[in-house]
Design a protein around this ligand. Structure first.
Ligand code: UDP
Ligand code: MG
Length: 325
């Protein structure tokens, strides 16, 4: 028995995480086909079905039957976008890899520009939103505040308003595959690996069809992952605020002592005492919470579970080397 000939390596791998995207997949494949035909490069489309409960699985399987360049990974359950994307990157074989959203909010027309800059020698070309005019006011302000905080706190320069939509050279993807942390904030990991990076501005369109899979609670948790993953500053702030409160208490204590010595004993002060007790109780709980955020993440990492579990694959024969790391 001889081994089957190794599959030719495509130039481009598009990696698409899809969670309940039945409404948009047809439009997506149509658009991609047009764009990719125009480029004239060999390519594969690695779709990750992130435990969808609608007809996403059937649609992806049918797409694979119709066009073997479309490959499918079915995850065993919903693992979330970051992990679905990780699975896709693990399986992708292309010389350059481009993750993009299923909902066409990452316009595939930009791929031509990505390619041009990649050929000029950049290892990473990422798309940056020049205006957030398709977002609601609340999302704009919260996103702005998040990037400002993260930028100030983290030691890794994470570009604001850049998503996962980017082209990465094979060596960047291979470096990325070595980062097996569980609480993944992909944008941070992308920056952490470094290499020659450049960006191109674009206007992010509205979702082509279907509904967003993120709500503010998910985004808040995502933001916590981003900040705790790239900075230990909150822990230090907790320590310093303790110091400041102790100092203030000492000064106030001295003041009270002097006042008692000078003016004699005087009892009122129940209200201010209660305020101080409750306030300090609150501060301590917040600080404990901050420690807990880090501790919980350490616990997650310590368990060393695989990042995701694959149910089945279509069109991808070789199991990835690092699926269970
Ligand atoms: N997604 C996923 N798993 C999830 C949630 C989302 O794979 O648990 C995918 C989703 O199918 C889409 C991408 O992540 O391709 C971005 O999701 P969405 O468009 O809902 O996010 P938004 O653009 O609103 O931030
Ligand atoms: Mg979207």
């Amino acid at each position: 028995m001889t081994d089957p000939a190794p599959l030719p390596v495509p130039t481009l791998s598009l990696v698409i995480a899809a969670y309940n995207e039945e409404d948009v997949l047809h439009i997506l494949f149509e658009r991609l086909e047009t764009v990719m035909a125009g480029l004239g490069e060999s390519y594969e489309i690695v779709c990750v079905n992130d435990g969808s409960r609608d007809r996403t699985a059937q649609i992806l399987n049918a797409a694979h039957e119709a066009d073997p360049r479309i490959k499918v990974i079915h995850l065993a359950r919903n693992f979330g976008k970051e992990l679905a994307l990780t699975a896709g990157l693990d399986f992708a074989t292309g010389k350059a890899v481009i993750p993009l959203d299923a909902d066409l909010q990452d316009p595939p027309e930009l791929i031509a520009d990505f390619l041009r800059l990649w050929r000029e020698g950049y290892d990473v070309v990422f798309a940056v939103r020049e205006a957030r005019d398709t977002d609601s006011w609340l999302k704009r302000t919260t996103a702005g505040a998040f990037y400002a905080t993260l930028g100030r706190m983290s030691n890794v320069r994470i570009p604001a308003n850049a998503g996962d939509f980017r082209l990465m050279d094979r060596r960047v993807v291979d470096a990325l595959k070595q980062l097996r942390e569980r609480n993944r904030f992909m944008k941070g990991l992308f920056s952490w690996v470094g290499f020659r990076q450049t960006s191109i501005p674009y206007r992010r369109p509205e979702r082509a069809a279907g509904k967003t899979k993120f709500n503010y609670w998910k985004l808040w948790n995502f933001a916590l992952d981003g900040i705790t993953g790239y900075s230990t500053l909150p822990l230090r702030i907790a320590g310093y605020s303790g110091l400041i409160f102790a100092l203030v208490a000492m000064i106030y204590g001295l003041f009270l002592l002097l006042r008692t010595v000078v003016l004699g004993v005087d009892l009122p002060g129940y209200a201010s005492m209660m305020v101080a007790v409750i306030f300090m109780g609150g501060v301590q709980l917040v600080v404990l919470g901050i420690i807990g955020e880090y501790l919980g993440r350490m616990y997650d990492e310590a368990k060393q579970r695989p990042l995701y579990v694959v149910d089945s694959v279509k069109g991808l024969e070789t199991p990835p080397l690092v699926a269970v790391a």
